[in-house]
Design a protein. Sequence first.
Length: 172
Amino acid sequence: MPEHSPSIHLERFNESHVESVTALYNDPAVARQVLQMPFQSAEIWRQRLMAENERTVKLVALHQGAVIGHLGLENYSRIRRSHAGSLGMGVALAWQGKGVGSKLLEAALEVADNWMNLHRVELSVFADNEAAIGLYRKFGFETEGLFRDYAVRDGQWVDTLSMARLRSSSKV
């Protein structure tokens, strides 16, 4: 399937997606690459949906009505950090490397740049997740630091990278 396949489309995360997003992050292959706990309830995701505000963008990628990816972008509420936001995402294992992450990131960064006026978008990624790191670099993210023993995964301490994308000030 080519990158940015027309059979993949994006929607804003809503109540109809809660069960599918819960299942996405409860997949052990996805859960081990994100900072979510396994075996989460749909109620946790429903509460995250209810926390909706103008400073957040939550998207799902769909293929034939099935959720195959999710991305959240949040603009920080603190005045001195209002130029920045953070993002997190997950893509179903069967769809990794097929343009889903690119499509989600492209949409989120378009909103970040042209609607939220964010200068800085930042994220954390496990240091051994080479595919995700490559995707983020493709979109202009650069490594800013290494967090040693940042999280536990599979019973082991693992490192994460702090990455950020700075928008050129000439675009403002």
